[in-house]
Design a protein around this ligand. Structure first.
Ligand code: ZN
Length: 380
């Protein structure tokens, strides 16, 4: 696949170069110090949030490298390549859930959020919020949408797998976030920013994983769940931060008055892949072209929010599971906040300060613990 991109490497590099130049031009015109500062100012996020995310992930790179090594062992691979990072290492559970069972499971998994929350969940389940199954001409995937003044609408293409049970919990997280914000805020402040958008959905998934782990019937099911969680960390926290770092570096090159050639883009990207995956992986030349197929790079300084949002969600879910006094009220306030405050201040309601490295560090600790847990189950 990358050979095809490779054939067009100079065109793709010229396109990327022009895009980054445009960012830098706009930032300069508006008297910002850097293009990153300009992009982040859209939601009034200071650049330190971005920098601290990268720093914290760097400091916990050994855990990721350890996980890569574990993957190599589990696959019994002589060599591990980037394409092996997506091969399932734990056997899938064959278990399927009817939609009735899925709703019941999600409701039980989210019971820790209190009766009011599960009451709204039930309201959504029984009052036509959800378009459940595939049908001819229906679009794929899943999302939550709606308009101010109506209840949220959720689109699913439910197929009975455990993955789709998580999707239900995820989308209902978005839906109930909108429900609370729409109900509490006037129209101009009801919508919420991307920086906080994935918090409610991911928090629900983390709570559901915890519940399912506690109720897993055998080791196989537990292993599947831990591995599911680890995959999320890998793809959301590490991989998106790697992308964020790539954007930082490419913008700095243009800001230094240089040009992004295909060679430059490939070498910057390949170095990052090697750094993020460690010595246990063979970094093939082909992967150096991956930057060319990531559409988000044309939406500059956007993807870091997946990593910060994920960390904030993990932090909040830990507080809820630890039954921190007052956390449920605070969380409801957060969900009701819409865009009435800056994103960072909304998260501060739940005592999550994204200007400190703590939430990211704590999330990475959860990752480290989960890696250890998987290892323990495999070797004992
Ligand atoms: Zn989502």
């Amino acid at each position: 696949m990358y050979a095809q991109y490779e054939k067009n490497r100079n065109t793709l590099a010229a396109t990327m170069n022009a895009h980054v130049q445009q960012d830098v031009f706009y930032a300069n015109m508006r008297k910002y110090h850097t293009s990153m500062e300009y992009a982040l100012d859209n939601y009034r996020i200071p650049v330190t949030v971005y920098e601290k995310l990268i720093e914290a992930v760097h400091e916990h790179m050994d855990t990721m490298h350890h996980y890569v090594g574990l993957r190599k062992k589990l696959l019994d691979a002589k060599e591990l390549h980037m394409y092996d990072m997506y091969v399932p290492v734990v056997k899938k559970t064959e278990k399927t859930y009817t939609f009735e069972e899925a709703k019941a499971t999600v409701k039980e998994g989210l019971a820790v959020l209190g009766e009011e929350y599960t009451g709204i969940l039930e309201e959504g389940f029984t009052n036509g919020w959800i378009d459940v199954y595939e049908s001819k001409g229906k679009r794929s995937g899943a999302y939550s949408w709606g308009a101010y003044g109506t209840h949220p609408y959720v689109l699913l293409n439910y197929n009975g797998t455990l993955n789709h049970v998580f999707t239900l919990a995820h989308e209902m997280g978005h839906a109930i976030h909108s429900y609370y914000s729409d109900k509490t805020q006037e129209y101009p402040y009801a919508g919420y920013g991307i920086f906080v958008a994935e918090v409610a959905s991911t928090c629900n998934e983390a709570l559901l994983i915890h519940y399912l782990m506690e109720h897993a019937q055998d080791k196989q099911e537990k292993m599947y769940l831990v591995n599911y969680f680890l995959d999320q960390f890998k793809s959301t926290l590490y991989r998106q931060t790697m992308f964020a770092e790539f954007e930082k570096k490419t913008h700095e090159i243009i800001e230094a008055g240089e040009t992004l050639t295909a060679d430059t883009l490939c070498s910057v990207y390949k170095e990052l892949v090697a750094f993020y995956h460690g010595d246990e992986i063979v970094v093939d030349d082909e992967i150096a072209m991956e930057w060319a197929r990531i559409p988000h790079f044309y939406n500059s300084f956007y993807v870091y929010q997946y990593a910060t949002g994920f960390s904030a969600a993990i932090a909040i879910s830990q507080k809820i599971l630890n039954k921190e006094p007052g956390i449920l009220d605070k969380y409801k306030q957060f969900l009701s906040g819409g865009s009435s405050k800056d994103c960072l201040d909304l998260l501060r309601i739940c005592d999550v300060d994204m200007e400190s490295p703590k939430p990211v560090e704590d999330a990475l600790e959860v990752f480290a613990k989960s890696v250890a847990q998987l290892e323990e189950m495999i070797y004992n």
